[in-house]
Write a protein that binds this ligand. Sequence first.
Ligand code: URC
Length: 300
Amino acid sequence: MAIVLGPNQYGKAEVRVVAVDRTTARHTLVDLNVSCALRGDFDAAFTDGDNSHVLTTDTQKNTVFAFARDGIGTPEEFGLRLARHFVGTSEWVTGARIAVESYGWDRLSVGGTPHDHAFRRSGGEVRTAVVTVDGEDAHVVAGLSDLVVLKSTGSEFWGYPVDRYTTLPETRDRILATAVTARWRYTSAELDFAGVYDGVRTTMLETFASVHSLALQQTQFAMGTAVLERHPEVAEVRMSMPNRHHFLQDLSAFGLDNTLDGPGVVYHADDRPYGLIEGSVLRDDVPAAEVAWQGTPGFC
Ligand SMILES: O=c1[nH]c(=O)c2[nH]c(=O)[nH]c2[nH]1
């Protein structure tokens, strides 16, 4: 029996970098959380403490800040620049995974006039990008998380099996709410990343709104299908969506009606437990690229 080192990677996680574009008096902000992971021949560091192949995580952090000095661009472009730099710099670094979270800031207005340099964090939504350079190949997985959406009608849930533990009543009209986390893989690393991102996000929102839902599963698949139909540069979509249950609150103890036959206006928003619907939608003519997903958690 031999005990051997298995797959490994290392890098600096969660480098928080904020870049202010001051080229005009109207400033813009880019606010990122960047995590680097290098892959390659680092065995001796793990087995013997031999650091001769270890580009320190401190150097990786410094590289992130230094690269930001020249302008960041999109999260995907920034990730590709960093990953290609790390893979091109030393022969024993054969791959790099750069994960970027991008936080949006909206410009504040004063008396209806947009302010030049004051901002408010926009929503809880986060744009994400995971770039993997593997030798000569580059993979880009874009995404978003915590895009919170709700429909106050246009959602039903019925027709499920009933066993001795089933108490959920069937409904023809319920609130459907979720926080979308989605990642989608591009077929190319040369794209208008900002434009395609906006298009995919809009497609998801429009589909959520317009599909009459018989299950969150159906809505999710429709969202992924619409993305693949409208965006040929997307190879596959993976989504994780908690079902944020809203139940009509029973107000009968107070002599108030609150059923769907009556006004049906007061709901109790349950934060947990929640159903968790996870799925992927693929094109059957595009080859899989599991290395693009290696290390990206949260999906089945
Ligand atoms: O859209 C839904 N899918 C389910 O699988 C499910 N399960 C449940 O209790 N409510 C719901 N709603």
